[in-house]
Ligand binder design. Structure first.
Ligand code: NAD
Length: 300
């Protein structure tokens, strides 16, 4: 069971929506919370009624120097980070007609931005703080993915690709950090009542009254699931069960392709299959045993 009290926790994209709700829930659990966001105006409002200790940092998750500076500031004031919530994200052009939002209609800039914020932004956070967590053998990382990360979809292709990448990142990172007792949870929300579309329109310079995504779940309910996910080191927190058949349909399509595919001539069932989780764990174990044997030889 994760002990939250007095642990420093950083939430990116924490000035709004799901991130703000998670930050507040972590504050209620007694964490020393850092909210990072690139929206300076929104950052100014987050301390209103915040439950507990709070630091705000202006950070664009694409800015690697910014990550370095954030780490120095957090460690100096709160100590080493225990919880990292990679939550900052932007959606594909909201309101754009489906017929105009294909990959072939993308600009190079739009593609780069989708990947840089929604995928590389999270990797930047992990490369900044993950090594310390591994060395201290303590911590938890949450990545806010999306149901789109399980169901690649035309029309929101860039977002789907980035979030699919983030799902894969979280799963492999979980295996990487498990021996160091650092937990990793992929948060997979369906529609949540946040300002995701309004915030993106604001970035595009469109001015309109603030609105939330219609028919969405309350972000506070998502945050409660995230706390449970951290407490119980869950690999996935999926907020909307109604997406299950759509995900299953994707899996069935892939399984159907496998069913048509014979085992290759070079396959040796007595050896771990390259590229699988079992193979990776075996390689690591081999390396550790060789290092231990070398150390023993040196001592003898
Ligand atoms: N709302 C939904 O229906 C939904 C569904 C699935 C996944 N998500 C994901 O949830 C996460 C949070 O989104 P939300 O719905 O709360 O939207 P939101 O717009 O209310 O909050 C996102 C926050 O991220 C910040 N942000 C965006 N780009 C940033 C950057 N480069 N650096 C730092 N901060 C940045 C924004 O300023 C904003 O405060 C996102 O990753 C989003 O993709 C949302």
């Amino acid at each position: 069971m994760f002990i939250f009290k007095d642990q420093p926790a950083l939430v990116t994209g924490g000035a709004s929506g799901i991130g703000l709700a998670i930050a507040r829930a972590l504050g209620e659990k007694g964490c020393k919370v850092v909210i990072a966001d690139y929206d300076e105006e929104a950052l100014k409002t987050v301390s209103d009624g915040f439950p507990g200790t709070l630091m705000t940092i202006k950070l664009d998750v694409r800015d690697r120097e910014g990550w370095k500076a954030a780490k120095e500031k957090i460690e100096a004031e709160f100590g080493p980070l225990a919880i990292l919530v990679n939550n900052a994200g932007v959606m594909d052009k909201p309101g754009l007609a489906m017929s105009k939002s294909g990959l072939v209609d993308y600009s190079f800039e739009q593609w780069d931005r989708m990947i840089a914020i929604n995928l590389t932004g999270a990797a930047n956070g992990i490369m900044t703080f993950g090594g310390g967590m591994r060395d201290r053998q303590f911590g938890h990382i949450v990545n806010t993915c999306s149901t789109q990360g399980l169901i690649p979809t035309a029309g929101v292709l860039g977002y789907s690709v980035a979030k699919n990448g983030l799902v894969a990142l979280g799963e492999a990172l979980r295996d990487e950090l498990a021996p160091s007792h650092v937990g990793v949870t992929n948060l997979v929300p369906g529609v949540v009542a946040t300002h995701l579309a309004w915030n993106e329109l604001k970035q595009e310079g469109v001015e309109m009254p603030k609105f939330t995504l219609p028919g969405g779940m309350d972000p506070a309910d998502v945050a409660a699931m995230v706390i449970d996910g951290i407490e119980n080191n869950k690999p996935f927190v999926i907020t909307h069960g109604e997406y299950a058949p759509y995900y299953n349909e994707r899996v069935l399509r892939i399984q159907a392709a496998f069913a048509e595919t014979p085992v290759s001539a070079s396959y040796d069932p007595t050896k771990p299959l390259a590229g699988t989780r079992e193979w990776a764990a075996g390689e690591l174990k081999k390396e550790q045993m060789e290092a231990a044997a070398a150390a023993e030889k040196k001592d003898a």
